[in-house]
Design a protein around this ligand. Structure first.
Ligand code: BDP
Length: 592
Protein backbone atom coordinates (compact mmCIF):
# COMPACT_ATOMS: atom_id res chain seq x y z
CA UNK A 1 0.00 0.00 0.00
CA UNK A 2 1.15 3.54 -0.73
CA UNK A 3 2.46 5.39 2.32
CA UNK A 4 -0.61 6.85 4.04
CA UNK A 5 -1.23 10.54 3.42
CA UNK A 6 -4.01 13.01 4.09
CA UNK A 7 -5.44 14.87 1.13
CA UNK A 8 -8.78 15.71 -0.45
CA UNK A 9 -9.50 12.01 -1.02
CA UNK A 10 -7.44 10.21 1.61
CA UNK A 11 -7.46 10.29 5.39
CA UNK A 12 -5.80 8.51 8.29
CA UNK A 13 -5.64 8.39 12.04
CA UNK A 14 -2.47 7.47 13.89
CA UNK A 15 -2.77 5.47 17.11
CA UNK A 16 0.49 6.59 18.79
CA UNK A 17 0.06 6.83 22.56
CA UNK A 18 -0.48 4.54 25.52
CA UNK A 19 -2.09 1.18 24.79
CA UNK A 20 -2.99 -1.66 27.14
CA UNK A 21 -0.47 -4.47 27.25
CA UNK A 22 -0.18 -7.92 28.69
CA UNK A 23 2.64 -10.45 28.32
CA UNK A 24 1.47 -14.00 27.69
CA UNK A 25 4.34 -16.26 28.78
CA UNK A 26 2.06 -19.33 29.01
CA UNK A 27 0.46 -18.72 25.60
CA UNK A 28 -3.11 -18.86 26.92
CA UNK A 29 -4.37 -15.56 25.50
CA UNK A 30 -5.92 -16.84 22.31
CA UNK A 31 -7.80 -19.62 24.09
CA UNK A 32 -9.00 -17.19 26.74
CA UNK A 33 -10.13 -14.67 24.08
CA UNK A 34 -7.82 -11.86 25.17
CA UNK A 35 -8.60 -10.30 21.78
CA UNK A 36 -11.91 -9.22 23.33
CA UNK A 37 -10.37 -7.85 26.53
CA UNK A 38 -7.13 -8.28 28.41
CA UNK A 39 -7.58 -9.71 31.92
CA UNK A 40 -4.81 -7.77 33.66
CA UNK A 41 -3.44 -5.03 31.39
CA UNK A 42 -0.82 -2.40 32.08
CA UNK A 43 -0.11 0.73 30.03
CA UNK A 44 2.57 0.66 27.35
CA UNK A 45 3.87 3.30 24.95
CA UNK A 46 3.45 2.77 21.19
CA UNK A 47 5.70 3.03 19.26
CA UNK A 48 8.51 1.63 21.45
CA UNK A 49 10.04 -1.67 22.45
CA UNK A 50 8.41 -3.33 25.46
CA UNK A 51 11.82 -4.43 26.81
CA UNK A 52 12.85 -0.87 27.72
CA UNK A 53 9.65 0.10 29.53
CA UNK A 54 9.31 -2.49 32.30
CA UNK A 55 12.20 -4.20 34.12
CA UNK A 56 10.40 -7.55 34.11
CA UNK A 57 10.05 -7.36 30.32
CA UNK A 58 13.72 -6.56 29.56
CA UNK A 59 14.42 -10.18 28.70
CA UNK A 60 10.92 -11.22 27.70
CA UNK A 61 10.88 -12.61 24.16
CA UNK A 62 7.51 -14.28 24.03
CA UNK A 63 3.93 -13.30 23.17
CA UNK A 64 2.82 -9.76 24.01
CA UNK A 65 -0.79 -8.54 23.62
CA UNK A 66 -1.50 -4.90 22.72
CA UNK A 67 -4.99 -3.45 22.86
CA UNK A 68 -6.53 -0.04 22.27
CA UNK A 69 -9.93 1.56 21.71
CA UNK A 70 -10.48 4.20 19.08
CA UNK A 71 -13.42 5.97 17.51
CA UNK A 72 -13.10 6.34 13.76
CA UNK A 73 -14.48 9.46 12.06
CA UNK A 74 -18.12 9.05 11.11
CA UNK A 75 -17.53 10.67 7.69
CA UNK A 76 -15.44 7.61 6.71
CA UNK A 77 -18.67 5.74 6.04
CA UNK A 78 -20.03 8.30 3.62
CA UNK A 79 -19.52 7.28 0.02
CA UNK A 80 -17.16 4.73 -1.31
CA UNK A 81 -14.01 4.44 0.75
CA UNK A 82 -12.03 1.41 1.86
CA UNK A 83 -10.62 1.27 5.38
CA UNK A 84 -7.24 -0.29 6.07
CA UNK A 85 -5.26 -0.94 9.19
CA UNK A 86 -1.55 -0.33 8.68
CA UNK A 87 1.09 -1.56 11.13
CA UNK A 88 4.51 0.05 10.58
CA UNK A 89 6.58 -2.66 12.25
CA UNK A 90 5.73 -5.44 14.69
CA UNK A 91 8.74 -7.45 15.72
CA UNK A 92 8.71 -10.36 15.02
CA UNK A 93 5.23 -11.52 13.94
CA UNK A 94 1.76 -10.09 14.50
CA UNK A 95 -1.81 -11.35 14.56
CA UNK A 96 -4.55 -8.72 14.47
CA UNK A 97 -8.14 -8.69 15.74
CA UNK A 98 -10.57 -5.85 15.16
CA UNK A 99 -13.76 -5.76 17.21
CA UNK A 100 -13.11 -9.36 18.23
CA UNK A 101 -12.68 -10.61 14.65
CA UNK A 102 -9.32 -11.97 13.46
CA UNK A 103 -8.33 -9.84 10.47
CA UNK A 104 -4.82 -10.96 9.59
CA UNK A 105 -1.31 -12.10 10.37
CA UNK A 106 2.12 -10.92 9.24
CA UNK A 107 5.57 -12.34 9.74
CA UNK A 108 8.83 -10.42 9.79
CA UNK A 109 9.62 -7.30 11.82
CA UNK A 110 10.77 -3.94 10.40
CA UNK A 111 8.37 -3.88 7.44
CA UNK A 112 4.82 -2.54 7.28
CA UNK A 113 1.70 -4.50 6.48
CA UNK A 114 -1.83 -3.36 5.69
CA UNK A 115 -5.09 -5.22 6.20
CA UNK A 116 -8.34 -4.37 4.48
CA UNK A 117 -10.81 -3.97 7.36
CA UNK A 118 -13.68 -2.43 5.39
CA UNK A 119 -16.92 -3.73 6.85
CA UNK A 120 -15.28 -4.75 10.13
CA UNK A 121 -14.12 -1.29 11.18
CA UNK A 122 -17.03 0.79 12.49
CA UNK A 123 -16.86 4.48 11.52
CA UNK A 124 -18.50 6.77 14.04
CA UNK A 125 -18.24 4.16 16.79
CA UNK A 126 -15.68 2.83 19.21
CA UNK A 127 -13.44 0.05 17.84
CA UNK A 128 -11.33 -2.42 19.82
CA UNK A 129 -8.04 -3.19 18.15
CA UNK A 130 -5.85 -6.02 19.45
CA UNK A 131 -2.40 -6.92 18.15
CA UNK A 132 -0.62 -10.02 19.39
CA UNK A 133 3.13 -9.64 18.86
CA UNK A 134 5.13 -12.85 18.82
CA UNK A 135 8.76 -12.09 19.62
CA UNK A 136 10.11 -15.60 19.99
CA UNK A 137 13.72 -16.05 18.89
CA UNK A 138 13.74 -19.15 16.71
CA UNK A 139 16.37 -20.69 14.45
CA UNK A 140 14.01 -20.79 11.47
CA UNK A 141 13.18 -17.10 11.69
CA UNK A 142 15.07 -14.22 10.04
CA UNK A 143 17.21 -13.12 11.68
CA UNK A 144 17.76 -16.51 13.30
CA UNK A 145 17.41 -16.48 17.06
CA UNK A 146 18.98 -19.31 18.97
CA UNK A 147 17.81 -19.40 22.53
CA UNK A 148 19.78 -21.48 24.94
CA UNK A 149 22.96 -21.94 22.89
CA UNK A 150 26.38 -20.38 23.33
CA UNK A 151 26.74 -19.16 19.81
CA UNK A 152 28.55 -15.89 19.75
CA UNK A 153 31.30 -13.99 21.49
CA UNK A 154 31.97 -16.77 23.95
CA UNK A 155 28.29 -16.86 24.92
CA UNK A 156 25.77 -14.05 24.97
CA UNK A 157 22.70 -13.20 26.96
CA UNK A 158 20.17 -13.57 25.45
CA UNK A 159 21.87 -15.93 23.08
CA UNK A 160 21.64 -15.36 19.35
CA UNK A 161 23.30 -15.17 15.98
CA UNK A 162 23.41 -11.38 15.68
CA UNK A 163 25.02 -8.53 17.59
CA UNK A 164 22.18 -6.23 18.62
CA UNK A 165 19.53 -6.42 21.31
CA UNK A 166 16.51 -8.40 20.10
CA UNK A 167 14.03 -5.68 21.01
CA UNK A 168 10.36 -6.63 20.70
CA UNK A 169 7.03 -4.91 20.22
CA UNK A 170 5.20 -2.37 18.07
CA UNK A 171 8.15 -0.33 16.85
CA UNK A 172 6.40 2.07 14.49
CA UNK A 173 3.03 3.74 14.22
CA UNK A 174 -0.23 1.87 13.78
CA UNK A 175 -2.74 3.70 11.59
CA UNK A 176 -6.27 3.42 10.29
CA UNK A 177 -6.37 4.63 6.72
CA UNK A 178 -9.32 5.61 4.57
CA UNK A 179 -8.90 5.79 0.79
CA UNK A 180 -11.08 5.69 -2.31
CA UNK A 181 -12.55 2.29 -3.14
CA UNK A 182 -11.47 2.47 -6.80
CA UNK A 183 -8.45 4.69 -6.15
CA UNK A 184 -4.74 4.61 -6.95
CA UNK A 185 -3.25 1.35 -5.71
CA UNK A 186 0.38 1.96 -6.47
CA UNK A 187 2.77 4.40 -8.12
CA UNK A 188 6.28 3.40 -9.23
CA UNK A 189 8.72 6.08 -10.32
CA UNK A 190 12.09 5.57 -12.00
CA UNK A 191 14.25 8.30 -13.45
CA UNK A 192 16.74 8.74 -16.27
CA UNK A 193 19.01 11.48 -17.52
CA UNK A 194 19.08 12.59 -21.15
CA UNK A 195 21.62 15.38 -21.56
CA UNK A 196 20.35 18.24 -19.41
CA UNK A 197 16.83 16.78 -19.25
CA UNK A 198 15.40 14.48 -16.64
CA UNK A 199 13.08 11.68 -17.65
CA UNK A 200 10.54 10.55 -15.09
CA UNK A 201 8.87 7.21 -15.83
CA UNK A 202 5.69 6.64 -13.88
CA UNK A 203 3.65 3.47 -13.59
CA UNK A 204 0.21 3.77 -12.01
CA UNK A 205 -1.86 0.83 -10.82
CA UNK A 206 -5.57 1.14 -10.16
CA UNK A 207 -8.39 -1.34 -10.39
CA UNK A 208 -10.21 0.74 -12.91
CA UNK A 209 -9.68 4.17 -14.36
CA UNK A 210 -10.62 6.28 -17.26
CA UNK A 211 -7.93 8.90 -17.16
CA UNK A 212 -4.77 9.43 -15.16
CA UNK A 213 -2.67 12.60 -15.06
CA UNK A 214 0.86 13.07 -13.77
CA UNK A 215 2.17 16.56 -13.05
CA UNK A 216 5.62 17.70 -11.97
CA UNK A 217 7.32 21.09 -12.21
CA UNK A 218 4.56 22.42 -14.44
CA UNK A 219 4.93 19.54 -16.93
CA UNK A 220 2.07 17.08 -17.21
CA UNK A 221 0.95 14.04 -19.16
CA UNK A 222 -2.32 12.12 -19.26
CA UNK A 223 -3.37 8.72 -20.46
CA UNK A 224 -6.45 6.54 -20.46
CA UNK A 225 -6.80 2.81 -20.21
CA UNK A 226 -8.68 0.12 -18.42
CA UNK A 227 -6.28 -2.76 -17.89
CA UNK A 228 -5.30 -1.68 -14.40
CA UNK A 229 -1.83 -0.35 -15.28
CA UNK A 230 -0.76 2.83 -17.06
CA UNK A 231 2.73 4.10 -17.95
CA UNK A 232 3.56 7.77 -18.42
CA UNK A 233 6.82 9.63 -18.98
CA UNK A 234 7.52 13.26 -18.14
CA UNK A 235 10.49 15.06 -19.69
CA UNK A 236 11.75 17.79 -17.37
CA UNK A 237 13.95 20.20 -19.33
CA UNK A 238 17.14 21.51 -17.70
CA UNK A 239 16.40 19.35 -14.66
CA UNK A 240 18.08 19.64 -11.30
CA UNK A 241 19.59 16.22 -10.61
CA UNK A 242 19.42 14.77 -7.10
CA UNK A 243 22.79 14.19 -5.39
CA UNK A 244 24.32 14.44 -1.89
CA UNK A 245 25.54 17.95 -2.83
CA UNK A 246 22.13 19.05 -4.12
CA UNK A 247 19.36 16.74 -2.90
CA UNK A 248 16.73 18.50 -4.94
CA UNK A 249 13.25 16.98 -4.73
CA UNK A 250 10.43 17.60 -7.16
CA UNK A 251 6.82 17.06 -6.15
CA UNK A 252 4.98 14.65 -8.43
CA UNK A 253 1.19 14.50 -8.28
CA UNK A 254 -0.71 11.63 -9.85
CA UNK A 255 -4.47 12.17 -10.22
CA UNK A 256 -7.19 9.77 -11.13
CA UNK A 257 -9.88 12.06 -12.52
CA UNK A 258 -11.93 13.37 -9.62
CA UNK A 259 -11.59 10.07 -7.74
CA UNK A 260 -8.15 10.08 -6.16
CA UNK A 261 -4.78 11.84 -6.08
CA UNK A 262 -1.40 11.05 -4.57
CA UNK A 263 1.73 13.21 -4.30
CA UNK A 264 5.27 12.09 -3.65
CA UNK A 265 8.81 13.46 -3.73
CA UNK A 266 10.92 12.56 -6.73
CA UNK A 267 14.68 12.94 -7.04
CA UNK A 268 15.94 12.64 -10.60
CA UNK A 269 19.11 10.58 -10.56
CA UNK A 270 20.74 7.46 -11.98
CA UNK A 271 22.87 4.80 -10.30
CA UNK A 272 25.17 2.43 -12.17
CA UNK A 273 28.30 0.36 -11.95
CA UNK A 274 30.88 0.62 -14.72
CA UNK A 275 33.94 -1.62 -14.34
CA UNK A 276 35.16 -0.95 -10.81
CA UNK A 277 33.44 2.45 -10.55
CA UNK A 278 30.18 3.37 -8.85
CA UNK A 279 28.41 6.12 -10.77
CA UNK A 280 25.77 8.56 -9.58
CA UNK A 281 24.35 10.62 -12.44
CA UNK A 282 27.15 9.26 -14.61
CA UNK A 283 29.91 10.53 -12.29
CA UNK A 284 32.07 8.46 -9.90
CA UNK A 285 30.88 8.74 -6.31
CA UNK A 286 32.49 7.70 -3.01
CA UNK A 287 30.27 6.61 -0.12
CA UNK A 288 31.30 8.09 3.25
CA UNK A 289 29.37 7.08 6.30
CA UNK A 290 28.41 4.40 8.72
CA UNK A 291 26.52 1.29 9.52
CA UNK A 292 23.82 2.32 11.98
CA UNK A 293 21.12 0.93 14.20
CA UNK A 294 17.66 2.05 15.19
CA UNK A 295 18.50 2.18 18.86
CA UNK A 296 18.06 4.59 21.74
CA UNK A 297 17.54 4.33 25.52
CA UNK A 298 13.85 4.07 26.52
CA UNK A 299 12.57 3.61 22.95
CA UNK A 300 14.75 0.61 22.21
CA UNK A 301 14.10 0.03 18.50
CA UNK A 302 10.89 2.12 18.58
CA UNK A 303 10.63 5.15 16.34
CA UNK A 304 11.86 8.37 17.95
CA UNK A 305 11.59 11.20 15.44
CA UNK A 306 13.83 13.54 17.45
CA UNK A 307 16.61 10.94 17.23
CA UNK A 308 16.10 10.64 13.46
CA UNK A 309 16.53 14.38 13.13
CA UNK A 310 19.44 14.62 15.54
CA UNK A 311 21.27 11.79 13.76
CA UNK A 312 20.79 13.61 10.47
CA UNK A 313 22.23 16.77 12.02
CA UNK A 314 25.26 14.78 13.19
CA UNK A 315 25.53 13.18 9.77
CA UNK A 316 25.83 16.61 8.22
CA UNK A 317 28.18 17.79 10.98
CA UNK A 318 30.57 14.89 10.39
CA UNK A 319 30.33 15.17 6.59
CA UNK A 320 28.85 11.72 5.87
CA UNK A 321 26.86 11.08 2.69
CA UNK A 322 25.77 7.46 3.06
CA UNK A 323 24.60 4.71 5.38
CA UNK A 324 23.47 1.13 5.35
CA UNK A 325 20.28 0.18 7.14
CA UNK A 326 22.20 -2.45 9.09
CA UNK A 327 20.71 -4.96 9.75
CA UNK A 328 17.03 -4.47 8.89
CA UNK A 329 14.83 -1.91 7.12
CA UNK A 330 14.59 1.44 8.95
CA UNK A 331 11.48 3.53 9.43
CA UNK A 332 10.08 5.52 6.50
CA UNK A 333 10.92 8.66 8.50
CA UNK A 334 14.60 7.75 8.09
CA UNK A 335 14.14 7.20 4.35
CA UNK A 336 12.40 10.57 3.90
CA UNK A 337 15.17 12.28 5.85
CA UNK A 338 17.78 10.67 3.58
CA UNK A 339 15.90 11.85 0.47
CA UNK A 340 15.83 15.38 1.81
CA UNK A 341 19.43 15.49 3.02
CA UNK A 342 21.04 13.58 0.17
CA UNK A 343 22.25 10.37 1.81
CA UNK A 344 22.98 7.34 -0.37
CA UNK A 345 21.42 4.29 1.22
CA UNK A 346 22.19 0.62 1.06
CA UNK A 347 18.80 -0.78 2.08
CA UNK A 348 19.13 -4.11 3.89
CA UNK A 349 16.62 -6.88 4.64
CA UNK A 350 16.85 -8.45 8.13
CA UNK A 351 19.02 -11.31 6.83
CA UNK A 352 21.78 -11.20 9.42
CA UNK A 353 23.34 -14.32 10.93
CA UNK A 354 22.47 -16.64 8.02
CA UNK A 355 24.36 -19.87 7.52
CA UNK A 356 23.89 -22.50 4.84
CA UNK A 357 24.71 -25.68 6.75
CA UNK A 358 21.21 -27.09 7.23
CA UNK A 359 19.21 -27.52 4.01
CA UNK A 360 15.83 -27.44 5.75
CA UNK A 361 16.58 -24.23 7.65
CA UNK A 362 18.04 -22.63 4.53
CA UNK A 363 14.83 -23.36 2.61
CA UNK A 364 12.64 -21.88 5.37
CA UNK A 365 14.78 -18.78 5.83
CA UNK A 366 15.18 -18.20 2.07
CA UNK A 367 11.41 -17.97 1.72
CA UNK A 368 11.26 -15.30 4.42
CA UNK A 369 14.19 -13.43 2.88
CA UNK A 370 12.61 -13.25 -0.56
CA UNK A 371 9.32 -12.11 0.95
CA UNK A 372 11.16 -9.43 2.96
CA UNK A 373 12.98 -8.27 -0.18
CA UNK A 374 9.69 -7.97 -2.11
CA UNK A 375 8.10 -6.03 0.75
CA UNK A 376 11.15 -3.78 1.11
CA UNK A 377 11.32 -2.95 -2.60
CA UNK A 378 7.57 -2.27 -2.62
CA UNK A 379 7.99 0.09 0.33
CA UNK A 380 11.19 1.94 -0.64
CA UNK A 381 11.28 1.85 -4.46
CA UNK A 382 10.41 5.54 -4.83
CA UNK A 383 13.13 6.89 -2.53
CA UNK A 384 15.94 8.51 -4.54
CA UNK A 385 18.25 7.96 -1.57
CA UNK A 386 18.14 4.17 -1.99
CA UNK A 387 20.89 3.11 -4.39
CA UNK A 388 21.24 -0.60 -3.57
CA UNK A 389 19.40 -3.52 -2.00
CA UNK A 390 21.40 -5.66 0.42
CA UNK A 391 20.26 -9.26 0.71
CA UNK A 392 22.40 -10.34 3.69
CA UNK A 393 24.93 -9.28 6.28
CA UNK A 394 27.83 -11.58 7.10
CA UNK A 395 26.42 -14.86 5.87
CA UNK A 396 28.65 -17.81 6.70
CA UNK A 397 28.91 -21.15 4.95
CA UNK A 398 28.16 -23.19 8.05
CA UNK A 399 28.50 -22.77 11.81
CA UNK A 400 28.36 -19.17 13.06
CA UNK A 401 30.04 -15.80 12.59
CA UNK A 402 31.90 -16.17 15.85
CA UNK A 403 32.91 -19.69 14.89
CA UNK A 404 34.35 -18.51 11.61
CA UNK A 405 35.92 -15.39 13.03
CA UNK A 406 37.26 -16.55 16.36
CA UNK A 407 37.98 -20.09 15.22
CA UNK A 408 35.69 -21.56 17.86
CA UNK A 409 32.71 -23.18 16.17
CA UNK A 410 33.00 -23.34 12.40
CA UNK A 411 34.16 -26.33 10.43
CA UNK A 412 37.76 -26.10 9.24
CA UNK A 413 36.99 -26.95 5.63
CA UNK A 414 33.62 -25.56 4.55
CA UNK A 415 31.33 -28.26 3.14
CA UNK A 416 30.74 -27.88 -0.61
CA UNK A 417 26.99 -28.51 -0.36
CA UNK A 418 26.65 -25.56 2.03
CA UNK A 419 28.73 -23.34 -0.28
CA UNK A 420 26.44 -24.37 -3.16
CA UNK A 421 23.29 -23.63 -1.16
CA UNK A 422 24.72 -20.17 -0.45
CA UNK A 423 25.55 -19.59 -4.13
CA UNK A 424 22.00 -20.52 -5.03
CA UNK A 425 20.62 -18.16 -2.37
CA UNK A 426 22.71 -15.19 -3.52
CA UNK A 427 22.14 -15.79 -7.21
CA UNK A 428 18.39 -16.09 -6.57
CA UNK A 429 18.11 -13.09 -4.28
CA UNK A 430 20.22 -10.78 -6.42
CA UNK A 431 18.29 -11.80 -9.54
CA UNK A 432 15.06 -11.17 -7.66
CA UNK A 433 16.24 -7.68 -6.63
CA UNK A 434 17.10 -6.87 -10.26
CA UNK A 435 13.77 -8.22 -11.47
CA UNK A 436 11.84 -6.20 -8.91
CA UNK A 437 13.88 -3.07 -9.58
CA UNK A 438 16.17 -2.77 -12.58
CA UNK A 439 17.12 0.79 -11.63
CA UNK A 440 19.25 -0.07 -8.60
CA UNK A 441 22.15 -2.29 -7.57
CA UNK A 442 22.00 -5.47 -5.52
CA UNK A 443 24.64 -6.82 -3.17
CA UNK A 444 25.33 -8.57 0.10
CA UNK A 445 27.76 -7.67 2.86
CA UNK A 446 30.46 -10.27 3.44
CA UNK A 447 32.34 -11.28 6.53
CA UNK A 448 36.07 -10.68 6.22
CA UNK A 449 37.64 -12.84 3.56
CA UNK A 450 35.80 -16.01 4.57
CA UNK A 451 33.35 -15.79 1.71
CA UNK A 452 33.31 -18.14 -1.28
CA UNK A 453 34.17 -16.50 -4.62
CA UNK A 454 30.99 -17.93 -6.13
CA UNK A 455 28.98 -15.79 -3.69
CA UNK A 456 30.90 -12.59 -4.49
CA UNK A 457 30.44 -13.19 -8.21
CA UNK A 458 26.68 -12.63 -7.87
CA UNK A 459 26.96 -9.08 -6.43
CA UNK A 460 27.13 -5.70 -8.20
CA UNK A 461 29.52 -4.32 -5.56
CA UNK A 462 31.89 -6.41 -3.45
CA UNK A 463 31.11 -5.35 0.13
CA UNK A 464 33.35 -6.56 2.91
CA UNK A 465 33.42 -6.17 6.68
CA UNK A 466 36.99 -6.23 8.02
CA UNK A 467 38.21 -6.10 11.60
CA UNK A 468 42.03 -6.19 11.50
CA UNK A 469 43.31 -4.23 14.49
CA UNK A 470 40.33 -5.46 16.51
CA UNK A 471 39.30 -9.14 16.29
CA UNK A 472 42.56 -9.98 14.51
CA UNK A 473 45.97 -8.23 14.77
CA UNK A 474 44.43 -6.87 17.99
CA UNK A 475 46.22 -3.74 19.15
CA UNK A 476 48.79 -3.94 16.34
CA UNK A 477 47.97 -1.26 13.80
CA UNK A 478 51.07 -1.85 11.66
CA UNK A 479 50.13 -5.51 11.18
CA UNK A 480 46.47 -4.55 10.76
CA UNK A 481 47.38 -2.16 7.95
CA UNK A 482 49.00 -4.96 5.96
CA UNK A 483 46.12 -7.34 6.64
CA UNK A 484 43.46 -4.81 5.61
CA UNK A 485 45.31 -3.95 2.40
CA UNK A 486 45.70 -7.63 1.49
CA UNK A 487 42.03 -8.37 2.21
CA UNK A 488 40.83 -5.44 0.11
CA UNK A 489 43.12 -6.41 -2.78
CA UNK A 490 41.59 -9.88 -2.74
CA UNK A 491 38.17 -8.25 -3.14
CA UNK A 492 39.55 -5.89 -5.81
CA UNK A 493 40.52 -8.92 -7.93
CA UNK A 494 36.85 -9.40 -8.94
CA UNK A 495 37.12 -6.29 -11.13
CA UNK A 496 34.05 -4.79 -9.48
CA UNK A 497 33.73 -1.77 -7.18
CA UNK A 498 34.69 -2.63 -3.60
CA UNK A 499 33.32 -1.13 -0.46
CA UNK A 500 34.50 -1.47 3.14
CA UNK A 501 31.10 -1.77 4.79
CA UNK A 502 32.32 -2.31 8.36
CA UNK A 503 35.54 -1.59 10.19
CA UNK A 504 35.95 -0.43 13.76
CA UNK A 505 37.13 -0.65 17.34
CA UNK A 506 35.17 -0.77 20.59
CA UNK A 507 35.90 2.48 22.37
CA UNK A 508 34.81 3.52 25.82
CA UNK A 509 34.19 7.27 25.68
CA UNK A 510 36.57 8.98 28.08
CA UNK A 511 39.31 6.30 27.94
CA UNK A 512 42.56 7.94 26.85
CA UNK A 513 46.24 7.03 26.52
CA UNK A 514 49.37 8.66 25.13
CA UNK A 515 49.96 5.58 22.96
CA UNK A 516 46.98 4.13 21.16
CA UNK A 517 45.76 1.34 23.47
CA UNK A 518 42.73 -0.74 22.58
CA UNK A 519 39.43 0.68 23.90
CA UNK A 520 40.81 4.25 24.05
CA UNK A 521 39.55 7.10 21.90
CA UNK A 522 43.10 7.47 20.52
CA UNK A 523 43.09 3.87 19.27
CA UNK A 524 39.77 4.18 17.48
CA UNK A 525 40.90 7.40 15.87
CA UNK A 526 44.26 5.96 14.76
CA UNK A 527 42.57 2.84 13.39
CA UNK A 528 40.18 4.91 11.28
CA UNK A 529 43.04 7.04 9.93
CA UNK A 530 44.87 3.84 9.02
CA UNK A 531 41.83 2.46 7.15
CA UNK A 532 41.34 5.69 5.24
CA UNK A 533 45.01 5.65 4.16
CA UNK A 534 44.72 2.03 2.98
CA UNK A 535 41.53 2.87 1.04
CA UNK A 536 43.02 5.99 -0.56
CA UNK A 537 45.76 3.86 -2.16
CA UNK A 538 43.19 1.63 -3.89
CA UNK A 539 41.36 3.02 -6.92
CA UNK A 540 38.70 0.28 -6.94
CA UNK A 541 37.41 1.39 -3.52
CA UNK A 542 34.04 3.15 -3.77
CA UNK A 543 33.14 3.62 -0.14
CA UNK A 544 33.90 3.40 3.55
CA UNK A 545 31.28 2.87 6.23
CA UNK A 546 32.77 2.95 9.68
CA UNK A 547 31.22 0.50 12.15
CA UNK A 548 29.42 2.19 13.52
CA UNK A 549 27.65 5.53 13.91
CA UNK A 550 26.67 5.38 17.60
CA UNK A 551 27.13 2.87 20.41
CA UNK A 552 24.13 0.57 20.66
CA UNK A 553 22.55 -1.95 23.00
CA UNK A 554 23.39 -5.56 22.37
CA UNK A 555 23.51 -8.88 24.18
CA UNK A 556 25.71 -9.10 27.24
CA UNK A 557 29.08 -10.74 26.62
CA UNK A 558 32.72 -10.47 27.63
CA UNK A 559 33.27 -8.30 24.54
CA UNK A 560 30.47 -5.83 25.20
CA UNK A 561 31.14 -3.34 27.97
CA UNK A 562 27.90 -2.55 29.83
CA UNK A 563 25.81 -4.47 27.30
CA UNK A 564 26.73 -2.04 24.52
CA UNK A 565 28.68 -2.41 21.32
CA UNK A 566 31.01 0.59 21.70
CA UNK A 567 32.27 0.89 18.15
CA UNK A 568 30.25 4.08 17.66
CA UNK A 569 32.08 7.30 16.92
CA UNK A 570 29.22 8.83 18.92
CA UNK A 571 28.06 7.48 22.25
CA UNK A 572 24.58 6.04 22.58
CA UNK A 573 23.48 9.54 23.67
CA UNK A 574 25.19 10.99 20.56
CA UNK A 575 28.21 12.70 22.15
CA UNK A 576 31.17 12.70 19.74
CA UNK A 577 34.24 10.62 20.53
CA UNK A 578 37.64 11.75 19.24
CA UNK A 579 37.15 9.64 16.08
CA UNK A 580 34.10 11.68 15.11
CA UNK A 581 36.35 14.75 14.89
CA UNK A 582 38.92 12.72 12.93
CA UNK A 583 36.29 11.70 10.39
CA UNK A 584 34.93 15.22 10.21
CA UNK A 585 38.37 16.58 9.34
CA UNK A 586 38.80 13.91 6.67
CA UNK A 587 35.30 14.17 5.20
CA UNK A 588 34.80 17.91 5.38
CA UNK A 589 38.46 18.90 4.88
CA UNK A 590 38.95 22.40 3.59
CA UNK A 591 35.26 23.15 3.84
CA UNK A 592 35.63 23.56 7.61
C1 BDP B 1 30.02 -7.57 12.45
C2 BDP B 1 28.52 -7.42 12.37
C3 BDP B 1 27.96 -6.34 13.28
C4 BDP B 1 28.68 -6.37 14.60
C5 BDP B 1 30.15 -6.08 14.37
C6 BDP B 1 30.97 -6.08 15.66
O1 BDP B 1 28.09 -7.20 11.05
O2 BDP B 1 26.59 -6.52 13.43
O3 BDP B 1 28.13 -5.49 15.52
O4 BDP B 1 30.70 -7.04 13.51
O5 BDP B 1 31.46 -7.14 16.04
O6 BDP B 1 30.29 -8.90 12.66
O7 BDP B 1 31.09 -5.03 16.28
Amino acid sequence: MLYPVRNKYRDMTTLDGFWDFQPDPDKVGEEEAWFSSLPDPRPIAVPASWNTQYADLAEFFGLGWYQTETTLPSYWQQGSNRIYLRVGSANYAATVWLNGERVGHHEGGHLPFALDVTGIARPGESNTLTILVDAELLPDRVPPGRQGGNIMMGGTKPSGAFDFYPYSGLHRSVQFVSQPFWGIEDVTVTTDIDGADGLVHINVLAESFESVTAEMAGISASATGDDGSIDLTLRIPEARFWSPEDPYLYKLTVSLGTVDAYSLNVGIRTVAVQGDKLLLNGQPVFLKGFGKHEDFPFNGRGLNRAVVLRDAELYDWVGANSYRTSHYPYSEDWMDMADRRGYLIIDEIPAVGLDFGDAELVAKRSKQCSRALCELVMRDKNHPSVIAWSVANEPVVAGSVAGMFLGGGGPQKPPQDAIDRGTEYFRGMIDLAHQLDASRLALFVALGDRTPDSWFETADIVCTNQYPGWYSQSGDLAAARGALGAALDKCGAFGKPVMLTEFGADTVAGYHATNPEMFTEEYQSAMIEMAMAVIAERPYMVGFHNWCFADFATRGSILRVGGENRKGVFTRLREPKMAAHTLRRAWKGEEE
